[in-house]
Write a protein that binds this ligand. Structure first.
Ligand SMILES: *Cc1c(COP(=O)(O)O)cnc(C)c1O
Length: 677
């Protein structure tokens, strides 16, 4: 959002009618619709069971249901379920426009019903044998997502993309690292294996030279596509010129040399390599640090690239870090761009990162490029026409005041250039947990992952990609997880069918959420005027999507610690507390912190200035147990409910939020506890 003039136009309500059938609704308005659907398909399921072998008759007799033991169990089931149902009344009301906290909203009815119904069948998407229907649907979901990002998915396309579901963005991110590690260190293993069995395939790979003539640095800097091509070249030579026993000896030697066999430490010791780096923006999700631990890559090698004044990865800093790695001959396993940060909803300049990748590729230095779009991935639908083409920026901008900024537009447009993407259907796809997804631009990466690597050289005809169905029906071989819910695949699939991933489908809903964020943002100046003399407000980063943060500081306060105490006290009013009924809350929000340790100095200066905080009070104090001065506590609002734009009366929920915040601010100011450290 670039221009920030503040005349709010929340008076002209966008048309919300079209979303009315999509959700159960804030007041369960569509309960009859949901009930009808559930009952209809529950019955359908019962008939299916009955007709499996109707000649077998009944195993549970009508009479048995009157036996005391039966009635006893039934009573206990009912009692426990009542207890559950009663306890769940303390659950978080994600479905309501008064909930503006974390990245969860109401569930779309098609996905919800698909999930409930499919659970009755309980398919396990680990393999086709356990999920004849939903595994295929999961692969189709992968294609739908890939197509939305702009990857090619036709079976004869090269490269051809693929994707699958995970439990969430966290596991999808691990998988991205796993895939990169598997492919990027393959070349070295191939060369070592060839040396071991005394085999040289002749001219191969992008440089068309002897395998043994490649330097380690060259092999480490092959792109995914080049590594795939290299392996194919080698297989072709093997088959043309050598007898089958050599295939097996060679395949076994390569397998033994791979990082998967030697272990990360063993592989790097053997080849005398510096540990590879992974670069993320300093606002990346914490799953990246976890992933570095899980894969044994080490968090010391996760480089946090500084952000710019929009909380986006600063390309100049990225360049510096890449130069440093290049000078030290340290391989960069991946650069991760964020398409919607978890804390701020900001979008990294994916196009500029891809340009950087292309430029370095030109001089023989490769970076894997992954996009963590767990949050923002579905916003791509806003940019896609139903025919699959990409909307012009002006078309996307229709109905918005700021969105999409140039950076945001170009970042989404650049998605087809990246190697892989993480996206969370259980966030902006509005489907039940668990549903994340990993999408790769080149499906042949799975050949480097599979547990059965030998066939890569054994089979007769692997020089051309095999059809997807044949490759992927044993999904468990290619992914981190094993048994997994086919019901999740059904939920996402049915949702995508009912609400296609374009600007006329799901995009229509997501536009409302971005619009809500704009209206919120544009009203801050008015609210600031209203609260003059009481508090200062500051939106630390202009929103790129539908998430917005707000810092609140008492008017005359100059101390960061005191502001934090004040903001925490404000937040206490919008916080879910396990021991109190949620109904006492007027609005529910979330919070985040700007850390002194990662906030660039010029950003800190700007934000502290806006809040009139004394920079000397914002500092790292190693001995301070309260740690009140090393961060700024700010309110965080995830605006994913379309009915934020409507309201209980002629004023919208956003207007009501401001009224409420004003009351809370007055309350906390009057209490005065925040003054005492
Ligand atoms: C939510 C999120 C994740 C983690 O996803 P889970 O589904 O919670 O595992 C990763 N990255 C980003 C940017 C996220 O917003």
């Amino acid at each position: 959002m670039s221009d920030s003039d503040s005349d709010s136009d929340s008076g002209s309500r966008p048309d919300l009618d079209f979303v009315q059938p999509w959700f159960l609704g804030p007041a369960a308005e569509n309960d009859r619709l949901l009930e009808d659907l559930v009952v209809e398909f529950l019955r359908d399921h019962a008939y299916w069971r009955r007709n499996f072998h109707p000649e077998d008759g009944l195993r549970i007799s009508a009479g048995a249901r009157h036996a005391p033991a039966f009635l006893d169990v039934q009573a206990r089931m009912r009692a426990e379920l009542h207890r559950l149902s009663a306890s769940l009344k303390r659950a978080v009301p994600f479905f309501h426009p008064r909930y503006v906290g974390h990245m969860t909203g109401d569930l779309l009815i098609p996905g919800l019903v698909a999930k409930l119904i499919t659970t009755l069948y309980n398919p396990n998407n680990v393999s086709e044998e356990a999920a004849p229907v939903t595994l295929e649907w999961e692969l189709q979901v992968g294609e739908q997502l890939a197509r939305m990002f702009g990857f090619a998915v036709d079976d004869d396309a090269e490269p051809c993309a693929w994707g699958h579901l995970t439990s969430g963005g966290t596991v999808a991110n691990y998988e991205a690292l796993w895939n990169f590690r598997s492919v990027r260190f393959y070349g070295l293993a191939l060369q070592a294996g060839a040396r071991e069995v005394g085999f040289d395939p002749g001219p191969v790979g992008p440089a068309q030279k002897e395998l043994s003539a490649y330097t380690a640095w060259e092999l480490l800097n092959l792109s995914i596509d080049d590594t795939i091509a290299l392996r194919r070249d080698v297989a072709r030579h093997l088959r043309a010129h050598h007898p089958p026993p050599l295939f097996h000896a060679f395949a076994a030697a390569v397998r033994a040399e791979r990082i998967e066999s030697l272990g990360t430490a063993g592989f790097f010791l053997k080849h005398d390599l510096a540990p590879p780096r992974v670069l993320v923006s300093s606002s990346a999700h914490y799953s990246w640090a976890k992933g570095m631990k899980v894969l044994g890559l080490g968090t010391a090698h996760l480089v946090r690239v500084a952000v710019d004044d929009h909380m986006r990865m600063a390309v100049s800093h990225l360049r510096d870090e890449l130069d440093r790695a290049e000078e030290g001959r340290i391989p960069v396993l991946a650069v991760v761009g964020m398409l919607g940060t978890t804390e701020f909803g900001t979008v990294d300049p994916i196009h500029a990162i891809a340009d950087e990748r292309d430029e370095r590729r030109g001089r023989g230095v490769e970076l894997g490029l992954h996009v963590d779009a767990a949050w923002g991935g579905y916003l791509t639908s806003v940019f896609r026409r139903p025919d699959g083409s990409f909307h012009g920026q002006d078309e996307v901008a229709e109905g918005f005041r700021h969105f999409p900024s140039d950076t945001v537009y170009r970042a989404f447009q650049a998605l087809p250039r990246v190697d892989s993407v993480t996206i969370d259907p259980h966030k902006l796809g509005y489907v039940p947990y668990p549903a994340g997804a990993f999408v790769a631009r080149n499906r042949e990466v799975v050949d480097f992952i599979t547990q059965e690597a030998a066939y890569v050289f054994d089979l007769g005809d692997e020089t051309t990609p095999r059809p997807r169905r044949e490759t992927l029906h044993n999904l468990g071989q290619y992914i981190l997880e094993g048994s997994k819910p086919g019901a999740a695949a059904a939920a996402v699939h049915v949702t995508h069918r009912v609400l296609p991933l374009d600007s006329q489908g799901l995009g229509r809903l997501l536009k409302l959420t971005v619009r809500a964020c704009e209206i919120f943002y544009d009203s801050v100046a008015d609210i600031q005027a209203r609260l003059e003399g009481r508090v200062r407000l500051c939106v630390p980063f202009e929103p790129d999507s539908n998430l917005i943060c707000l810092a609140v500081n008492p008017w005359d306060n100059a101390s960061a610690a005191a502001m934090n105490r004040f903001a925490r006290a404000v937040f206490a009013h919008m916080k879910v507390e396990g021991h109190r009924p949620v109904q006492v809350k007027t609005f529910i929000g979330s919070y985040t912190s700007l850390l002194k340790s990662t906030l660039p100095g010029d950003q800190a200066h700007r934000i502290l200035g806006g809040l009139r905080l004394d920079p000397d009070t914002f500092r790292l104090i190693p001995q301070d147990p309260a740690r009140e001065a090393d961060h700024l506590f700010i309110l965080r609002h995830t605006l994913m409910n379309p009915w934020l734009l409507a309201g209980p009366d002629e004023r919208s929920y956003i207007d009501h939020y401001w009224d409420w915040l004003e009351d809370v601010v007055d309350d906390v100011l009057a209490g005065g506890e925040w003054r005492q450290g």
